[in-house]
Design a protein around this ligand. Sequence first.
Ligand code: PHE
Length: 443
Amino acid sequence: MKPARESWTTKLAFILAAAGSAVGLGNIWRFPYVVGENGGAAFVIVFLIIVALIGLPLMVTEITLGRETKKNPIGAFKALAPNTPWWLVGAIGVLAGFVILSFYSVVAGWGISYFFQTVTGSLTEGTDFEAAFFDHVGQGFAPVAWHALFMALTGLIIGLGIVKGIGRAVRYLMPVLFILIIMLVIRGVTLEGASEGLQYYLQPDFTSITWQTWLDAAGQAFFTLSLGMGAIITYGSYLKKDDDVPGSASWIVGLDLLIALLAGLAIFPAVFALGFSEADGPGLAFITLPAVFAQMPFGMFFGAIFFLFFSVAALTSALSLLEVVVAWLVDEKEMSRPKASALVSFGIFLLGIPASLSMGAVDIQVMGMPFFDFLDYLQETFLLPIGGLLTLVFAGYVFTASKTRESANENSTSFKLGVWFEWLIKYITPAAVVIILLAGLFL
Ligand code: PHE
């Protein structure tokens, strides 16, 4: 007999675990550099519009589909639409989990390595932080080894079972992460010369918005909210019936936004005050923040805690990525959890090797970009938006919008979704995704 399916122990446990999935490298690492590549404050506004129009409705929808079916993404679509090809949407999610985690783990590995470099004092004042970053990621072996360590840890935790472990861990980690970021913001905005960065981050120049801005903002929204690939369906599947879906969804989206916006506020003043380039790409957080720490009293201490929590925030997200793939093998293929976790983690580790090497050690290119960038491009331009779009179409037309709304409202104690929600998921949100996808790709 299969062991009974786990469920979250408390209502807070679900919100924290889902927020733990959402809050991660997408907020601390990716959001600031995507803002930097897209001209600053105007991008932030476009991003906020997308979160309201696409992120929030899809968050409600995914939690609802999970709670309704109590299944992994592929199983969920199969349960609601048996003998149709809709399960393929879940399959896109499983593929996305695999692809995203392979480069995500590489970045998490940089975080662990930076933790040790901070503790051993090799990142002190006077270091050329830009050169140090590119040196580090360009080494062949070391970043791959850190990536291996991170994947092993993720695989181990998922192999042990998710609900109790994750539930317990995030309860303590999320508040600490929050306090740390606030401290970094205070340090950042009080640096001499911070005002230029604040202006860049807070004063929009609307002429810089193009279709590409919208596409990047949509990609970032899906990524940071863990949407479009069934991670939230999976976490929702461990919910009990008496939980509050609209309220939880609002909390998760709100917390995620808050951490991303604060991360930007911690980084941009420092970028300008210390003379870095806002267009430094994936290295931005790794270049700017160590420079800030090097100048702070007790900087080594704060730096160490920061990179520790950077890695932990990455871990709580990585768990949800791996869980999508593992839940599918366990539920649908009847594989044992430890075996599924070991197998998948190893596969993801392998795919991450060329991603890591392509950051400078070896010239591995696909479609004219380093393999690392290619994987990110694949998930942000195709996998997540298309997965999200099809999920909305499914909820709106196959499961039907009225049933989705009814199911989401069941046992809600905070507020109930009105008929407007049906309009959103049937017409407005899917149309927004289609327009952005097509325009971003072809204009
Ligand atoms: N939301 C996570 C982050 O911001 C990444 C993630 C994407 C996790 C998709 C799960 C699914 O870091």
